[in-house]
Design a protein around this ligand. Structure first.
Ligand SMILES: NC(=O)c1ccc[n+]([C@@H]2O[C@H](COP(=O)([O-])OP(=O)(O)OC[C@H]3O[C@@H](n4cnc5c(N)ncnc54)[C@H](OP(=O)(O)O)[C@@H]3O)[C@@H](O)[C@H]2O)c1
Length: 319
């Protein structure tokens, strides 16, 4: 086997810990898939004192210690948000590292700048995990480059699906949201999920890929799920429908219209059947027809699966 590939993790939370565990538990499988040994060198965190189940992995609060290490070839950023993640992406490219991320917000907002930085550095930016976690939707979307997109529609946020389905069992919005937070589906600050930012970031990434140019998330019309009433949920049910937090892009002749918000879907549809972190995404194009993707759209291991797929793809292509 050829030279070892050094990997650094920036962030060791839900997703980062799953990635670290996968390196510890299935190293041989990863090496075989990459065609060369992969080594997780260390991880950067915010708080060193937190207890973590990551064996003897070296942990630092200074991400630049990892970025500056010449033995690191691939940087996985799973901190989230734009600061300090944005600067760390640029710093990684400046040092000639490849970047793999699950950070939908950063990729959606900084599409052009990140792609330009990667191109300038002749390094890869990969973000399969940023949309629909385990579903290889980014790879599939890239394979549709010859087709003209018509519609993208689906469930891109598991928290809102969970809240809607719990309201069908009689819970009010606030109680369903509290339950989602208690079960770890929603953050303590649920804004990104229930106000549609998370779904808008993911939809903007899919549109940007399908159109081959940046579609900014500010151009996605967002309607909050907050205040969804029990009456609305009941009324949908009387029409054999369910309320789901739907992400939709219509690719018209002139302008693409994108929106996220609560809408009715038929009970018998794939969206109507989903009740938790399952994501369902339909893409319609002129050449490929109607494609439907479904699977785990959140969670540490599901997200780690996509991240490691990206890491392996980069390592295989390295000379
Ligand atoms: N969770 C999911 O199911 C999921 C699915 C798909 C995509 N994603 C995306 O994956 C990313 C990570 O999500 P997550 O759920 O793993 O988040 P998380 O549990 O909050 O973990 C964030 C990690 O980043 C570290 N961190 C924060 N600020 C830092 C800094 N300034 N320097 C170094 N490390 C810092 C934190 O350190 P401490 O541990 O010391 O606090 C923590 O380890 C986000 O972009 C998210 O949108 C998550």
């Amino acid at each position: 086997m050829s030279t070892q590939v050094g990997v650094a993790l920036l962030g060791l939370g839900t997703v980062g810990s799953s990635v670290a565990r996968a390196f510890a538990d299935r190293g041989k499988r990863l090496d075989a898939a990459a065609g060369r040994p992969l080594r997780l060198v260390g991880a950067a965190v915010r708080d060193r004192r937190k207890a973590r189940d990551v064996g003897d992995l070296a942990v630092t609060t200074d991400p630049f210690r990892l970025l500056d290490d010449p033995g690191i070839h691939i940087v996985i950023e799973v901190i989230g948000g734009t600061s300090p993640a944005r600067d760390l992406h640029f710093a990684a490219f400046e040092r000639g590292r490849h970047v793999v991320t699950a950070n939908k917000e950063l990729v959606a907002k900084e599409w052009n700048a990140l792609h330009e930085a990667a191109k300038l550095a002749k390094r890869e930016l990969r973000f399969e995990a940023a949309v629909a976690a385990a579903i290889p939707l980014i790879a599939a979307t890239r394979m549709l480059a010859a087709s003209r997109p018509r519609v993208v529609r689906g469930l891109l946020n598991g928290t809102t699906t969970y809240i809607c389905s719990r309201m069908e069992s009689g819970l009010g919005f606030d109680a369903a949201l509290e339950e989602a937070i208690a079960k770890g589906y929603a953050e303590a600050d649920p804004t990104a999920d229930v106000d549609g930012f998370d779904a808008a970031y993911k939809l903007s990434i899919l549109i940007s890929l399908l159109e081959g140019r940046h579609f900014h998330p500010d151009n996605v019309r967002r309607t909050t799920l907050r205040g969804l009433s029990a009456d609305t949920v009941k009324a949908a049910s009387s029409r054999d429908a369910k309320v789901r937090y739907l992400a939709t892009a219509d690719f018209g002749e002139r302008a693409t219209k994108a929106r996220v918000g609560p809408e009715e879907v038929p009970i018998a549809s794939p969206e109507g059947a989903a009740d938790g972190p399952t994501n369902v995404v339909t893409i319609e194009t002129d050449l490929a027809g109607r494609l439907v993707f479904s699977g785990p759209g959140a969670g540490g291991d599901a997200t780690a699966s996509a991240i490691l797929g990206d890491v392996i793809a980069i390592a295989r292509a390295m000379r």
